[in-house]
Design a protein. Structure first.
Length: 314
């Protein structure tokens, strides 16, 4: 009987409202969303195709880049299609379990991408600060282990949230002012104490992406210290160039994500549609810009992409 009562308190489905307060602009908002998503799909698929088909790119840095592209595809594809469906009034409804599934894969891909960015920072650290050990440290077996570790870590962090949300009673509350399902957005619909959800979400943010960004910062401090000790200006320029694209990607990935996280929890005076817009920025902007940044900053990637698109480059 208790099981039946608990089940009855869970909504069969959620109604997603999209950008609450900006409903009249949904059609216009769908245009940049759709274009950015198509660019993200095209850019990341081209990047994956180039890396997979060219053996000269089967090196640690490019294999990490391929992992990043996969994480970007999962991150954007978990959220944007449903957002477009809401904007175009095709379907605003999502079943309870589909909502949990979307939440799981959205956060899982975000944490996995953060882990990959940390691995890429360590890759650059070893390449610049200890180049003689680079080939022995970053073998193909080690890269495969890092990829599996990123998935395992993300899974272990996110799997408990499914049970934390399923245990909550929702008392018929099924209207969510958002474009996709995320942990705290679902939890706030519950008619019970959600302190555990709040603290778990806060702790996992600090202990996964939070720790990652600190370790990335430490690695870059050590990299910069090593770079400025180089006697050759050309060597300094080359070392900075190899790290600049990664630094740009880090800023694009973490800045909107952490801004969204802290305004969602502490920015009570921030309009709700701003919260939602920020939540969409960090799942859409990095997947769109990452391939562009790496193509523009990396000469070899740029040449290979030019060959695929235009049949040019050597």
């Amino acid at each position: 009987m208790a099981v039946l009562n608990q089940t009855s308190l869970q909504p069969a489905s959620f109604l997603l409202l999209g950008m609450a307060g900006l409903e009249d602009l949904h059609t216009w908002l769908s245009i940049p969303f759709c274009l950015m998503y198509l660019m993200a799909l095209l850019g990341n698929f081209i990047l994956l195709f180039v890396i997979a088909t060219d053996r000269s790119l089967h090196k640690p840095m490019y294999l990490f880049l391929a992992m990043l592209a996969v994480a970007d595809l999962v991150l954007s594809s978990s959220t944007v299609p449903k957002a477009l469906s809401i904007f175009w009034s095709l379907s605003k409804e999502m079943s309870f379990h589909a909502c949990l599934t979307q939440m799981f894969f959205t956060h899982l891909s975000f944490i996995a991408e953060s882990t990959i960015l940390l691995a890429m920072a360590f890759d650059r650290y070893v390449a610049i600060c200890n180049p003689l050990r680079y080939a022995t440290v970053f073998t193909h077996v080690m890269i495969a282990k890092i990829g599996l570790a990123a998935i395992a870590r993300s899974f272990c962090v996110m799997f408990p949230t499914i049970f934390l949300l399923q245990r909550l009673p929702y008392c018929g509350h099924s209207t969510m002012p958002h474009t996709y399902c995320e942990h705290m957005g679902i939890a706030r619909l519950a008619c019970a104490d959600i302190s555990i959800n709040i603290w778990y979400g806060f702790a996992t943010t600090l202990l996964s992406p939070g720790v990652d960004i600190v370790l990335i910062g430490v690695s870059y401090v050590l990299i910069l210290r090593a770079v400025f000790r180089l006697s050759s200006k050309d060597a300094q320029r080359k070392a900075v160039g190899t790290c600049s694209s990664h630094a740009c990607v880090i800023l694009m990935f973490y800045t909107p994500a952490f801004f969204s996280f802290f305004t969602h929890r502490f920015g009570h005076n921030v309009p709700h549609h701003v919260h939602i817009l920020l939540a969409n920025v960090y799942v859409l902007l990095p997947p769109m810009l990452n391939p562009i940044v790496y193509t523009m900053k990396n000469k070899l990637i740029r040449e290979k992409v030019s060959q695929v698109l235009f049949g040019t480059g050597q």
